[in-house]
Design a protein around this ligand. Structure first.
Ligand SMILES: C[S@@+](CC[C@H](N)C(=O)[O-])C[C@H]1O[C@@H](n2cnc3c(N)ncnc32)[C@H](O)[C@@H]1O
Length: 334
């Protein structure tokens, strides 16, 4: 889940060497870092004199890290506090763009930030907003109905105990508003006498983070807008941290790629329109050494593709994940 891990004061970005070896053949140019965070990727790219970086992050707290880079790199660096689905709102000279980079998930700073309440170790009122949100986990847990909660937990958390947990939530909130500790306790009670390899609350908290931050539509429209922003010859790279993210990225690259079409039933005309060249069909994983030094990197997958054609629409892509977008839209009831 976290791409950046804190040990003392140092942060380790995941698969930085692998990322640099993918994009360095395209130096000198402009790179868009869609998930600036602590700025480790941006900093590494800016080490090359001929590169510029346009960085985006939805968390306004990352603007502080951006100020340091701005001071050092002046007009080679630009930062905007927006969501990456809004990438097309930045006024840029597209022809210079060589690569667009996504390092999904959260930095450890965010996970540890008590104000954000992203972790099941947090205390007090539920929140989980990364930045630029419309509602919090408090509203989701305390106001959505049982069936809706069940769907969110099942599809965004892949939680087997979705039904019983959502039932317990609704029973509990009849008596009091549910906070973070209450939620962890009632999840524990719903999974009584069972042993789990991961913390019992992991999946529910993942589901809530995805829902509150609209991570599904962010990723889908972020990828589409990145594609439309990138000139032919440029590369899109994505580091993902859970299976739902990877499923979306994999479909986007593979379905529109040269090497393989996932859907055999598509009309020939659509199949002919190859948008990407894929060097690897399989994702790249962190090395054993990286996992040893930075255990949370173990769930990371890096996929990348080079744009070879423009496209008019991405209806098939959107349609493929409509069932997830529909669940995200349950937030309209809040
Ligand atoms: C894993 S961290 C990135 C770490 C970064 N690569 C580094 O080198 O420090 C992910 C960052 O992406 C940001 N983020 C996640 N979703 C976003 C979105 N939809 N739009 C903009 N930023 C987003 C988070 O706020 C977080 O700071």
């Amino acid at each position: 889940m976290n791409a950046t891990v804190k040990t003392g004061k140092k942060h380790f970005p995941v698969m930085l060497n692998e990322l640099i070896s993918i994009i360095s053949p395209l130096y000198s140019g402009t790179f868009i870092d869609c998930t600036f965070g602590q700025g480790q990727y941006s900093r590494a790219i800016l080490k090359h004199q001929g590169n510029k970086v346009i960085a985006i992050d939805r968390d306004k707290k990352t603007a502080f890290n951006a100020e340091n880079l701005k001071e050092k790199y002046k007009d080679r660096f630009y930062f905007k506090n927006i969501k990456f689905r809004e990438i097309n709102k930045i006024n840029i000279d597209n022809k210079d763009i060589k690569g667009i980079i996504f390092d999904l998930g959260y930095s450890t700073n965010q996970i540890q930030d008590p104000e954000k309440g992203l972790s099941f170790n947090s205390r007090g009122k539920l929140n989980m907003q990364m930045g630029l949100n419309n509602f919090s986990a408090h509203q989701v847990i305390n106001y959505l109905d049982q069936k809706d909660l069940e769907k969110i937990f099942k599809y965004f958390g892949e939680e087997k105990y979705s039904k019983i947990i959502s039932k317990k939530i609704c029973e509990t909130r009849n008596k009091k508003k549910i906070n973070t500790e209450d939620l962890v306790n009632l999840i524990n009670k719903s999974k009584l006498n069972k042993n789990f390899k991961i913390h019992k609350s992991t999946k529910i908290f993942q589901a809530l983070r995805i829902f509150v931050n609209k991570e599904i539509s962010e990723l889908i429209y972020g990828l589409i807008n990145a594609f439309n922003t990138l000139p032919v010859g440029g590369v899109i790279t994505v580091v993902s941290f859970h299976s739902i993210e990877d499923k979306i990225v994999k479909f986007f690259f593979k379905n529109y790629s040269q090497s393989k079409n996932l859907s055999r039933y598509l009309p020939e005309k659509i199949k002919e329109k190859k948008l990407f060249k894929l060097k690897n069909n399989k994702p790249i994983f962190p090395s054993e050494e990286e996992i040893k030094n930075n255990p949370p990197s173990r769930s990371a997958k890096l996929r990348y593709a080079t744009k070879i054609n423009d496209s008019e629409n991405f209806d098939i892509f959107i349609q493929q994940f409509k069932y997830l977008l529909d669940i995200e839209n349950l937030s309209k009831k809040i």
